[in-house]
Write a protein that binds this ligand. Structure first.
Ligand code: SF4
Length: 417
């Protein structure tokens, strides 16, 4: 690789690391002393639909941008080194990295030069050249540029596996404050187009095997958390609307990284705690895989997620009257709501109890986290965990890692555990 290209890779891979859709970018591990492997600039990992982990070249086409979004390192007023690849340079890099087995795909985003369509056309050209000229079958994730035309979004869908439009701020108010030049409608329009086109192409493919595939890995979006004052409720209600309105595969929550002392931002020493990001992702999973409605977890009485306990435990402690559940009788949907029981464990419980009644030993073998679950369930055992504890007491036991110490026998005797 020439020095000129290497410098571009360093600048444009570094600028791409703020996009969390592929979150392992930015590793600088070097291979010394003939060790095995070498993490290069711009290589990151993501997971495909079937659960495979693939390494991607994650890079911006350019970090020149006509916009000045306060939260973004690429904003035009930021005094940073700028660079831009040509379409051919990104194609060559991808093919070279692919042939050397460094990567299995490409994640390509960009600052906006000139206008949305001009930039989007170049992103699409990279994917098109890779697919048509090089018969490249690796994974391609293209960022869609807000305001790009339907025609370009259509072309993008024909060549990319996944497309994503970042909605940036959870609310329009936040967007107006930090990115006043941007219009939410410009983000919604390509998302809407993609949603309709994906449905249409999926239906066509069912009827006609030869019809082209279109964005088979769907569309995603990303929100920046903590740059504005939105509550967790506002963030997750926005995510819920986007999941429902646009059939999104994922919403990513990217904690704001302090990059500027702009008065509209929280300040240089106030990053978003990782645990907040983590709690938002846990809530997202509860909504997508555990049957929770967002309003059950966050509402006017609870606009913020607890940082010290996970949202499922928090919900269970607020709803103690629903517990304990009899693990040998309760519906799958209710078992999924027990803290410490994941989707797979819940399914295993329902399958196993067809053959015999389950006791604590069986549940331990199935792999549930008994340290949490034991306060919310009963099973085929003489012992039940003391169920008259208050929510505060249970939280205290779980957080301290201590046990309730007592098991209350069904015969009402108390015994030391
Ligand atoms: S348009 Fe995108 S790249 Fe440009 S400043 Fe805004 S967030 Fe950054």
């Amino acid at each position: 690789m020439s020095d000129r290209i290497l410098e571009k890779v360093q600048i444009l891979a570094d600028a791409a690391k703020y996009d969390v859709s592929c979150s392992s970018s930015g590793s600088k591990r070097q291979n010394h002393n003939k060790g095995l492997g070498n993490a290069s600039d711009g290589i990151c990992h993501t997971y495909t639909e079937d659960g495979r982990c693939v390494s991607l070249l994650k890079i911006l086409l350019t970090n020149f941008c006509i916009y000045d979004c306060a939260y973004c390192v690429t904003r035009k007023s930021n005094d940073i080194k700028r660079a831009a690849f040509t379409v051919q340079e990104v194609v060559d890099l991808t093919i070279n990295f692919y042939r050397r087995n460094y990567i299995e795909g490409l994640f390509l985003s960009s600052g906006i030069f000139k206008n949305a369509d001009y930039t989007m056309e170049r992103l699409v050209s990279v994917a098109k050249k890779l697919r048509l000229e090089h018969k490249f079958n690796g994974y391609i994730h293209l960022k869609s540029i807000p305001g790009a035309s339907d025609e370009l979004m259509h072309e993008a869908g024909l060549y990319a596996d996944r497309l994503s439009v970042n909605i940036e701020m959870p609310t329009e108010k936040g967007l107006k404050l930090l990115a006043p030049d941007k219009d939410r409608k410009d983000m919604i329009q390509p998302m809407n187009y993609l949603k309709e086109a994906i449905i249409l192409h999926t239906d066509e493919k069912r009827l006609l095997k030869t019809s082209p595939i279109f964005a088979p890995a769907g569309q995603t979006t990303q929100m920046i958390i903590g740059a504005t004052q939105e509550t967790d409720k506002e963030i997750m209600y926005a995510a819920d609307r986007f999941y429902k309105g646009f059939n999104l595969k994922r919403v990513y929550y990217s904690g704001y990284v302090p990059i500027s002392n702009d008065k509209r931002l929280p300040g240089l020493d106030t990053g978003v705690p990782m645990v907040r990001e983590n709690r938002l992702y846990q809530t997202d999973w509860l909504m997508r895989f555990y049957g929770f409605k967002v309003q059950e977890i966050l509402n006017d009485f609870n606009p913020h997620l607890d940082l010290d306990i996970d949202p499922k435990l928090s919900w269970a402690l607020r709803n103690l009257s629903l517990f304990p559940l009899d693990i040998n009788k309760a519906d799958l949907q209710l078992i999924l709501r027990v803290p410490g029981i994941g989707v797979q464990s819940a399914q295993k419980i329902v399958a196993a109890r067809k053959f015999h009644k389950l006791n604590w030993d069986h549940l331990t073998k199935i792999g549930i986290a008994l340290n949490k679950a034991k306060y919310f369930i009963v099973c085929n055992s003489r012992e039940i965990f003391q169920k008259d504890f208050s929510a505060t007491k249970i939280k205290q036991f779980i957080l301290s890692g201590s046990s309730s110490k007592y098991i209350k026998h069904n015969t009402e005797q108390l015994a030391l555990f």
